[in-house]
Design a protein around this ligand. Structure first.
Ligand SMILES: [Zn+2]
Length: 284
């Protein structure tokens, strides 16, 4: 029996809460009172085919259905009658999350994300060739989820925000640590200059997301993956330097000049690790 649109996970249930019938509308929405009157065991054991056979779904309704409930049943009846059915064909599974009716994780994920604000920087992160842990790091950074002392203070983990561990000129917050601190700005400037990029380094008002999204527009399209990777690498290394100071690991603390050398070496290694694709990222 070919019925109507039924979500595959409840395709066999005629009056189950997740079932979608009648042009994609929930049974629960069409006839909520009638739906509530059916006991759970019956809901979980009925099949669509059984329920439609001689309209036996009417016998599932509870004995104390109100007048309004019966009115809803009449509407449901009409809706069912409108569905074009071929009793000779078997029930067919369809997935309401995709146009073709076939289930896919991609369509389902998209359906779950409907109405949500898209994270604008996901492509630069995703398409970069940074290691996964660094991609994850920068995603947290863009979401302000790293445990800088201002965040620890907000969450009651310390009495007050600490001052920047480099310059003591501002609090230890993410924008300052990664972009605005004189140390960070020197590192950015050094890397941008060494890479021959014609873009302005971060200033005292920059945030990672605003600077990154505007700077990458000035980079040639074919170089953007590498530029994004470099941004992630620099932010990652600055963050590690901050942590080396927070936790007093003096042997891991680098001067600006040492950082530039270290970042250049790391970038070379990341590039080598990127399978098969050679990339030019230097002055022409
Ligand atoms: Zn600072």
């Amino acid at each position: 029996m070919s019925v109507f649109r039924v979500a595959d996970f409840v395709a066999t249930m005629a009056l189950k809460s997740d079932g979608r019938d009648c042009g994609g509308e929930h049974l629960e929405d069409i006839a909520p009172l009638a739906f509530d009157s059916v006991n759970t065991r019956r809901k979980n054991s009925r099949t669509v085919a059984d329920a439609l056979l001689d309209n036996s779904w009417l016998r599932d309704l509870g004995p104390e259905l109100s007048v309004e409930g019966w009115a809803q049943c009449i509407r449901l009846w009409d809706e069912i009658e409108l569905v074009d059915r071929d009793a000779s064909r078997p029930d067919r599974f369809t997935w309401p999350g995709s146009i073709k009716g076939a289930y896919s994780a991609k369509d389902t994920y998209r359906m779950l994300c409907l109405g949500q604000e898209e994270f604008s920087m996901y492509k630069p992160i995703w398409h970069s060739f940074a290691p996964p842990k660094c991609k994850f790091f920068v995603w947290l950074a863009l979401r302000y989820r790293l445990w800088t002392s201002d965040r620890r203070h907000r969450h009651g983990l310390q009495d007050r925000s600490a001052a920047c561990y480099w310059c003591l000129q501002d609090e230890d917050n993410l924008d300052h640590v990664l972009m605005r601190c004189p140390y960070a700005r020197q590192v950015w400037f050094g890397c941008i200059t060494a890479a021959g990029l014609n873009i302005v380094e971060p200033n005292r008002d920059s945030s990672l997301e605003s600077w990154w999204s505007s700077a990458r527009d000035l980079v040639r399209r074919r170089d953007r993956n590498s530029f994004d990777t470099l941004v992630i690498l620099i932010a990652w290394q600055i963050w590690k330097q901050r942590n080396a100071r927070v936790f007093g690991n003096t042997n891991l603390q680098f001067s600006t000049a040492q950082m530039l050398i270290h970042i250049k070496e790391e970038f070379g290694l990341w590039r080598l690790a990127k399978r098969g694709e050679e990339y030019q990222f230097a002055r022409e």
